[in-house]
Structure formats: C-alpha cells, structure tokens
Design a protein around this ligand. Structure first.
Ligand SMILES: [Zn+2]
Ligand SMILES: [Zn+2]
Length: 485
C-alpha cells in the first residue's frame, strides 16, 4: 500500500466519522424543550383573537401543545396554530390547524398530526398559537399553554390523498349529505366510520364540512369508493356572526373565518369559494337563538340551509326566511343536511335529512353544477323520492329549470311522490298556496294540477308535510317565464 493511498483512506475515514457525529449528536444530545405561557382573558374580551408567539428552533421534529383553563361557567377558549409562513387573515399558507373548543391538546410532525391539524415539516421560526374565547364567565379565563418542542430528524413528509373528483359519469338524481363533522372538528366519528355509514344509508355523496379546517380534505381519497363520492368543503365558523358552508372546494383551499360582517370582507371570501367552482350556503340561520345567529349579508350567498337535522321551529323560521327572499325575487338555493356530529340517537343523523341533486355525473363538478342550477329537492330520509314536472304547450321543465310559457297557455303540473308516510302536499308560488292534495301512505302518490293562463306565478314549488306539520319533502322552484313572442 502506497503512502499516498494510505493518506487518502486515512482522511476519508475521519470525514466519515465526523459526518456521523454531526448527524447523531443533535438527536442524542438534545432533549425536548418546554415553553410555558400563562395569561388571563378578561370578561370583556369575548370574540377577540389572541396570537401567542412560540419560537421554534431549527431541528425540531414535532410540536405538542397542551391548553389548560378553567371550564367552569361555560368558558370556551378555542385553539388553532399558524407556522412561520404567517397568520394574517386571508393568507392561508401558514395555517396548520384548528380544533376550536373540541380539543385541549394536539401535536404536529412531518408525517402526521392530531385530527384538525395539518401534518408536514415543523419549520424553524416564529409560530403563533391562536386563542379565541367564544364564551367567558364573569370572572374571565385563567389559561396556561405548555408547548413541547421535540428535536430530531423530520423524516419523510406527509403526502395528501385527496378524494377523486369523479365517482361515475352517469347522469341521474343523486342523494347526498351536505353538512357533517368527524374527529377533524367536533364530530365523534372517524372519516372511515362516516363513509361506512353513508354507504349503509344509501347516500351517493358526502360533502365534508369541518369547522375552519381543511385537514379532513387532505385524506378523503383513503375512504372514497366507486359508489360514494366525497366532496371537499368547510364550515366557515364564527360564534359571533354565524356559520356558513363553503361547498365544493379544492382539497388545498382554506376559507378564512377571521373577519366581521363587513360586505367587502365577506364578498372577498365568498369569491374564493366561487373561484374554485364552489357554493356558499348560509347554515342554520336561526340556530340556536343566542349564538351562531347569521349576521352576514344574504346577498353574497348562493343558498340557505333551510333544513338542519330533525324538523323543528328553527327550521320553520329558516324556511319562512327563504320563502320571503324568493318572493322578493332572490333565486336562492334551499338545501337540507344532517349536520351530524354523533351516531344515533341524535336529532342530527347522517342522511336525515338529505338533498337529492340532478347531476350530469356523480362528480364534484356535476353535483356542484346541479346545485348551482337549483336542480335539487330535499327529503327527510332515504325512502322518500319525488318527480315534479311542469308543462306548457310543448315545453317541459323539471326542478330548477325555467318553463317558457306562450301567451294564453295553461301550465300543467305533475307530482309523483314515493315512499312518504300519510300527509299533505301543497303547490306554492309567490302568492302562497296554489293547490293541495293528500299523500297516500308509503305508496306512490300522483297529483295533477292545471294552472290557468291568467295570473300564472313566477315560480312553483312543492312542500310535503305530516299531519302534525313536520316537513317530509321540499323542492326548489321551477321558474315560470312568459315566452318571448
Ligand atoms: Zn354550524
Ligand atoms: Zn356543522
């Protein structure tokens, strides 16, 4: 062996040893760092946003947050987190998760995270934990935050598995639940459990609407199947100003909730939903009476959830509001959804109620276009189905369509109702009830009405109710328009 070769091997060996030491020393030598912050939220700080800076050193592999506060007196201190890419409202790049009041502890690392939170590298720099009090007892809230920063190598980063945009390409009427929650916000079921239950309930599609996070949307591809379309959405949630659903989003889209009901702000955020082909729906506008009452301008929205869970007086108010807006000339979509959080027994059971949509395919684009055109009816549960058709001369219109009526023509309306218990049907226009009829229990009811040419309404819609008055089915309007001569 020559002296030259011996020297080369000698130094190469030393570099290898030094390199291994450089890799090994930080993980072996550093222990997790604990950062503790404490404070008091005064009783007059309701709905204020508190951002707590946390310095995260390079080489951190996991961040763990523990929130402690006195829950007595109904205190709720909601929690979320932003990474060094920023926390300014409307700039979602730094968003790393939100659990509202549903969790008091969470973690994030490169591969995985608590439900509601977004996995990925824990970048060095200033992170911000967001605390948002939505209920404060008169004595205020004493809180303590313990943040644990775990050093180590990051490893392979999380890869999203978004749901496929198409389940099948056949046109048809498809049944869906447009509002639901899993462990990714304040629901009690896993995404797997919800998908299994959806198939058992005969649902063709679900729209995922977790509160203020897109974390569930990052993994719906794991649970999609040929007979179940999973569509991304978000329930944009403020306790102060109400809830609304952003439906039909890209899995990466996050719609911010941190603004008051100024028209300029809400218009900008609804525009973000429209930009990806989605719809903005006002949720449970009168539900409950003390908080969550809807306070944004209705003119920015595409529709109203007139039916949330089991039929009740608050739904009746929402239906009356939608009806009044229709009469004023606003063509808003009506939707029904369960807002399910837990398995039965619950007034909010998956698929009860549900929205049935006429779509060109069982796909995100097909369902969103069907909803956008008002091609939808709402039913209390699975067995109920209906067909509503209006004809004038040679023209025919289904729900959501416009019927062009030549001068002097009457309009013939046909309703075929399936699977409903005994009750009453009413045909309605802007002037109120145009006609009514009985429902034969559980069979098929066919009703035919003729509306004379004089004084035709601007729209037609149907309500089906039990003898006690609970809604069993409800259609969006067929629009009636005098045909140009
Ligand atoms: Zn809500
Ligand atoms: Zn909800």
């Amino acid at each position: 062996m020559s002296a030259r070769r011996k020297t080369w091997q000698h130094w190469a060996g030393w570099w290898l040893v030094l390199g291994l030491l450089a890799l090994a020393v930080p993980t072996a030598a550093q222990a997790p760092v604990e950062v503790v912050r404490q404070g008091h939220v005064a009783a007059d700080s309701l709905y204020q946003l508190f951002y707590l800076p946390i310095e995260v050193p390079a080489g951190t592999t996991e961040i763990r947050v523990q929130e402690d506060y006195d829950h007595a007196g109904g205190n709720v201190l909601n929690m979320g987190i932003y990474d060094p890419r920023g926390y300014q409202p409307g700039t979602p790049a730094g968003f790393r998760g939100w659990s509202g009041g549903a969790k008091t502890t969470f973690f994030i690392n490169a591969q995985t995270a608590s439900t509601g939170y977004v996995p990925g590298p824990v970048g060095a720099g200033t992170w911000h934990v967001l605390l948002y009090p939505s209920t404060i007892a008169p004595t205020g809230i004493n809180w303590k935050l313990t943040v644990t920063l775990v050093p180590g190598a990051a490893g392979q980063a999380f890869r999203p598995t978004p749901a496929p945009a198409v389940a099948n390409t056949r046109p048809g009427w498809y049944q869906g639940d447009l509002h639901l929650h899993t462990l990714h916000s304040d629901g009690r079921r896993t995404p797997q459990e919800l998908a299994d239950e959806a198939v058992a309930q005969g649902l063709d599609f679900l729209i995922s609407t977790e509160h203020n996070t897109n974390s569930a949307n990052l993994s719906w591809g794991t649970y999609a199947r040929p007979n179940l379309l999973l569509i991304n959405g978000e329930e944009v949630t403020t306790t102060a100003f109400g809830h609304w659903n952003a439906l039909g989003l890209d899995y990466t889209t996050l719609i911010d909730w941190r603004y008051a009901p100024r028209d300029s702000a809400i218009a900008r955020y609804v525009a973000q939903v429209h930009a990806v082909g989605g719809l903005a729906i006002i949720n449970h506008p009168f539900f409950p009476d003390t908080v969550n009452r809807f306070r944004f301008g209705v003119r920015h929205f595409d529709g109203i959830e007139v039916w949330n869970g089991r039929w009740d007086a608050r739904n009746e108010r929402a239906l009356a509001w939608w009806n009044a807006l229709l009469r004023q000339g606003h063509s808003l979509l009506a939707v029904a959804a369960s807002d399910t959080h837990t398995a039965a027994p619950s007034p909010n059971q998956l698929g009860r109620p549900r929205t049935v949509v006429r779509a060109s395919s069982l796909s995100r684009a097909g369902i969103m276009q069907g909803l956008c055109r008002g091609r939808a009816y709402l039913v209390a549960n699975r067995p109920i189905g209906l067909t509503l058709t209006a004809r004038a001369g040679t023209q025919t219109a289904d729900i959501g369509d416009t019927l062009a009526v030549a001068a002097g023509h009457a309009v013939r309306v046909t309703l075929a109702l399936r699977g409903a218990p005994a009750g009453t049907v009413t045909l309605r226009g802007e002037g109120g009830v145009l006609a009514h009829g009985p429902v034969a229990a559980r069979g098929t009811t066919a009703l035919h009405w003729r509306l004379p040419a004089a004084g035709l309404p601007h729209y037609l819609r149907v309500e089906v109710r039990t003898p006690a008055g609970a809604v069993l089915a409800l259609t969006n309007p067929i629009w009636v328009l005098p045909a140009p001569r």
